[in-house]
Design a protein around this ligand. Structure first.
Ligand code: C5P
Length: 284
């Protein structure tokens, strides 16, 4: 089975508070963009993984391997899977590449192995793999709370060109959470909910979204702050970091400004552009 595993951006990200289990409650809007890894998944006696990006592990440390193991345990099935990953999503970039790949494996094997596991079960398995993984089981964009697993689907027809700029800096997610908790002294202010503040329909006008990790990440990496300002100067109606970074994205109302931004940043960085009203293909 051949499947596309799309990248996501966070249209705003609030850290709401620290939980008893060590994780943080968040509030965000997940939205897929037209950048994807391609997975080929075949039945096999054992588990094996090959990946076009040789810096990634292809053993049991790979999230896709863990996804197969979890499904085996859940279903009692003893067979494995041969997974080929053509990687296009930058790694450790706040774009959910590894999470999306793992969710694609869960979805594909649920079909290939005739497991008929329902969404609640799959979501539980996905959450064991990572906080962002449940979102990638959804077909649409989603408003998320909890660790990211309490999802309300949203039909988001974004009328903007989305320009991604990945500055080849790796930001560790645990580091970003720890730094933010220190910086806030463990106190997370109450704010109006994201979906009340974010104007997502064209009629609602300019977007107002923020990402709590920006202040932490920008202090450490001035280069990323500069990209945010440059995207604005180049005409983005919103420029924001995705996840815990380091990818920045700009939303542009007109194609020429978006193309100009692509040209500007591509001299130095990985750049990608998604067209307005983009809707991903479904895997099931
Ligand atoms: O769930 P995931 O494996 O992606 O999380 C990586 C790390 O990020 C966690 O171990 C935790 O330190 C932090 N995290 C958190 N709260 C979340 C998501 C992640 O504290 N909602």
């Amino acid at each position: 089975m051949n499947v596309k595993a799309y990248a996501k951006i966070n249209l705003g990200l609030h850290i709401v508070g620290k939980r008893q289990d060590g994780y943080h409650d968040i509030e965000t809007i997940f939205h897929r963009i037209n950048l994807f890894d391609e997975l080929n998944i075949e039945n096999s006696a054992d588990i094996s993984i090959s990946c076009s990006n040789t810096s990634l592990p292809t053993d049991s440390a790979n999230l896709c391997w863990k996804a197969v193991e979890l499904l085996r345990k859940e279903s009692g099935i003893t067979q494995g899977a041969k997974i080929g990953i053509k990687k296009s999503i930058p790694v450790g970039a706040g774009l959910g590449g590894g999470s999306s790949d793992a969710a694609a494996v869960l979805t594909a094997l649920n079909i290939m192995w005739n497991l008929s596991l329902d969404k609640a079960i799959l979501c539980g398995l996905a959450l064991q793999l990572g906080s962002d993984v449940p979102f990638f089981l959804e077909k649409s964009s989603a408003y998320a709370e909890g660790r990211g697993e309490k999802l309300v689907p949203m039909e988001l027809n974004l009328p903007y060109w989305i320009v991604l700029v990945h500055p080849n800096i790796h930001v560790s997610t645990p580091w970003a959470y720890t730094r933010l908790a220190e910086y806030r002294n463990g106190i997370f202010p109450q704010r109006p909910q994201l979906n009340d503040r974010i104007g997502l329909s064209p009629a609602a006008g300019v977007l107002q979204a923020d990402n709590d990790f920006e202040e932490i990440v920008f202090t450490e990496h001035q280069k990323i702050r500069k990209i945010k300002l440059q995207l604005k100067e180049l005409g983005a109606v919103l420029s924001l970091m995705s996840g815990s970074g380091s990818t920045m994205f700009g939303l542009f109302s007109d194609m020429l400004s978006a193309l100009n931004a692509v040209q500007f940043f591509s001299k130095e960085f990985f750049v990608h552009m998604t067209e307005p009203y983009f809707i991903p293909e479904s895997n099931d």
